[in-house]
Design a binder for this molecule. Structure first.
Ligand code: FUB
Ligand code: ZN
Length: 703
């Protein structure tokens, strides 16, 4: 299909038209935010100073340079602005997150509520608010957010320390038990502060972050205390803080926290002793869970808690990008990537199984459908890592995985309405209903901050290169090293339609390499490994035209089509990524069911899943009355059709065809996007569908 096939967008799909105050970023959204801050006595800044560039790899195109307009992600951003951020703040207020800060500031009475990671949840929603407000100025929301932020900042101690839980619980035991997420809270505070300063120009949160980071830096480091947090996150956040402030100490501290993993902690660094590296429970089990069982440069297999791992790998990638040398880091990252993407990733981009009874990686090739933990946070952390790998290496395979995780593993954790959440995301389930919140709200609050980052994940740039990584409607403004500013405008209904129109507008004619990602799914690879495949199916050719002239769409080894030419204002690119329905099969080594009576996991019946573009599909029982979806059989030759239904589940493409029921009866089959399941009623769902009659009903599922 070509670009003419793109449906005209309705007014409700146009974020720009429906949002009261947004005209465009510079003239509208930010201007409104800035005026709100002026009223609040904040400091305005027209243009945020650019972050320190990497020493290796590509540069980000920050979300502040990208407008998302309508379409798939525009709808989600509008929901964030209209509902999700306020809803999240309401829930946090109800649960006492803000009250803890008031108590810590000495302006309210009462006992500290919640757990040691409580602060981080509030920081994450505030961070999400910064991205969201950047897309659509909203004076009321900005005032609310700024008011909450002031309550947080009021709790900061003279020495810079700022964790309400510890200020209230036991000041003397701040750093006693490092399993308690102290620096995890700090990291989320730093990330939020960087975005606050970028949005508003007001340095108050960033200054507070520096004071807090300095406090941590006085405690930990060479010749000081040798220890690491129980939950990684601060490492990548310190690198962000370094880039925002230029303070090298923060980069060094991030590196220290990474390099200290795998050493026995205490007041002195002890040599790593491989003899103590054992699996199982007890202290070493704990250390394995938090990737503290080996020095990071010796970690070649993904083990332990999947969220912690994702954040740690992301930070390791940034270390390679921002430090002069990091021997062993890239080698470890390459091994870890092969292990995760080649042996330990669900088809949804989700990570973590319940094989060992916790939220972590299992054995290679053991991905039990009913045992998927696939925590929403793990998919978020995974996407953030893959994004950084692309920046480091400039290969599309990382974006393929990021895209998969974002459209499936992440979005499944969030309701279409914008205020319901899953924590774990199994691939087959007897029932499911997203709740309005979770007491342990790591996943809802990660949703609050990942969705509105989408524009900032879409592009990258090199010296005289622009990389288009995600296809989404909107504009990007990219300044090249040569001084040329390029506006890129995208029109597309991706991921429902593979037609993309790009209009290139440099402010003067200029040569540069415009790189278009040709997704792996359009080249016969649902994932960039042999973990899943399309079987024998062929993929139709990709179409590409520049100013109406057919152009070779063959990607180079890095997965991009390189359009290296002199560009002038108004040049038009039309990309056509055909989107047939694809059956996806798993590697035959993959074990997908629990073994009976404590026996090892087994492969189970042969099954297939369905994908169209980057979207993974599932079956819900309510669409198949009288049948059990876990028992339906989709024969290899049964035709399948794709049909866009604008009024269904927020506007989705469904797949239809015919399956066989348990008695061999013909059943009309309807597959909906996996992320959209459980948005109507709680009912059984399966991602993987039998391909042939089995010895009996499907496996008994956990309730
Ligand atoms: O501990 C902080 C977060 O809460 C983790 O990342 C999640 O797995 C949940 O335990
Ligand atoms: Zn979570």
């Amino acid at each position: 299909m070509n670009i003419e096939g793109i449906r005209p967008r309705r007014p409700d799909q146009l974020l720009a038209l429906t949002m009261k105050m947004t005209i465009n970023r510079k003239a509208g959204a930010v201007a409104v935010v800035v005026s709100a801050l002026t009223a609040l006595g904040g400091v305005n800044r027209a243009e945020a100073s650019p972050p320190l560039p990497p020493l290796r790899g590509l540069e980000e195109v920050d979300h502040s340079k990208v407008t998302v307009r309508g379409g798939f992600w525009g709808k989600r951003l509008k929901t964030h602005l209209d509902l999700t951020i306020d809803h999240s703040l309401n829930m946090l207020e109800n649960d006492g997150h803000m009250a803890n800060f008031d108590r810590a500031a000495g302006v309210a009475d009462g006992e500290c509520t919640g757990h040691a990671a409580f602060d981080s949840d509030l920081h994450k929603v505030l961070e999400g608010a910064m991205y969201t407000l950047a897309y659509g100025g909203d004076e009321r929301l900005m005032k609310r957010v700024d008011g909450v932020l002031d309550r947080v900042l009021a709790a900061q101690q003279e020495d810079g320390f700022l964790i309400a839980f510890y200020i209230l619980k036991d000041q003397d035991k701040r750093w006693d038990n490092m399993a308690m997420h102290q620096t995890y809270n700090a990291g989320h505070f730093f990330e939020m502060a960087v975005e606050h300063e970028k949005l508003t120009g007001d340095p108050k949160a960033l200054d507070a972050s520096k004071r807090f980071a300095d406090n941590i830096d006085r405690v930990f480091g060479p010749g000081k205390r040798y220890d690491v947090d129980g939950h990684q996150e601060v490492e990548l956040a310190l690198i962000k803080l370094y880039r925002a402030t230029g303070e090298r100490r923060y980069l060094d501290l991030a590196r220290f926290f990474l390099d200290e993993r795998g050493h026995l902690h205490g007041t002195a660094r002890k040599p790593f002793d491989p003899a103590t590296e054992v699996k199982g429970k007890g202290p070493m089990g704990q250390r394995l869970a938090r990737q503290d069982h080996k020095p990071v440069v010796e970690q070649f297999e993904a083990v332990g808690h999947a969220v912690r791992a994702g954040y740690m790998y992301a930070a390791m990638t940034d270390v390679v990008r921002f430090t002069e040398e990091a021997p062993g880091y890239e080698n470890a990252l390459d091994h870890l990537w092969e292990d995760v993407v080649g042996r330990k990733m669900y088809i949804t981009g989700g990570l973590g199984t319940q094989q060992y009874g916790f939220e972590g990686f299992g054995d290679p090739y053991v991905l039990i459908h009913d045992g998927a933990y696939a925590e929403t946070c793990a998919a978020v952390a995974h996407a953030l890592w893959q994004y950084r790998m692309n920046l480091l290496k400039g290969d599309t395979k990382y974006i393929d995985v990021m895209e998969l995780a974002l459209h499936n593993g992440v979005l499944a954790g969030f309701s279409i309405a914008g205020n319901g959440y899953f924590y774990e995301n199994r691939l087959v389930k007897n029932k499911g209903q997203r709740g309005p919140w979770k007491g342990l709200s790591c996943c809802p609050t990660n949703i609050a901050r990942i969705i509105p980052q989408i524009g900032g994940l879409a592009y990258a740039r090199g010296k005289e290169q622009i990389l288009v990584n995600l296809y989404l409607a909107g504009e990007a403004t990219i300044k090249m090293d040569s001084g040329v500013t390029v506006k890129l405008s995208q029109e597309t209904d991706y991921p429902w339609d593979g037609g993309v129109q790009l209009i290139v507008t440099p402010d003067r004619a200029a040569r540069f390499d415009l790189q278009l990602r040709i997704p792996g799914w359009a080249q016969g690879r649902p994932v960039p490994s042999d973990l899943y495949n399309y079987g024998q199916a062929k993929v139709p050719p990709v179409g590409l035209k520049v100013n109406g002239q057919a152009t070779d769409a063959t990607p180079q080894a890095d997965g991009y089509v390189h359009l290296n030419r002199e560009w002038k204002a108004g040049d038009v690119i039309r990309l056509d990524l055909p989107m047939p329905v694809q059956r996806v099969y798993s590697n035959e080594k993959l074990m997908t069911e629990y073994g009976k009576g404590g026996q090892p996991p087994v492969r189970g019946r042969e099954r297939v899943t369905l994908m169209r573009g980057p979207i993974v599909y599932c079956l819900e029982e309510q669409d198949h009355p009288g049948e059990k979806v876990a028992d339906l059989i989709l024969t290899p030759d049964a035709p399948l059709k794709a049909e866009f239904r604008p009024e269904f589940l927020g506007g989705v493409t469904v797949l239809t065809g015919e399956a066989l029921g348990t008695t061999g009866n013909r059943v009309s089959l309807t597959a909906v996007p996996y992320y959209a399941w459980a948005n109507r009623i709680s009912n059984p769902m399966t991602v993987w569908i039998n391909t042939e009659p089995g010895p009996g009903p499907g496996p008994a599922l956990k309730p």
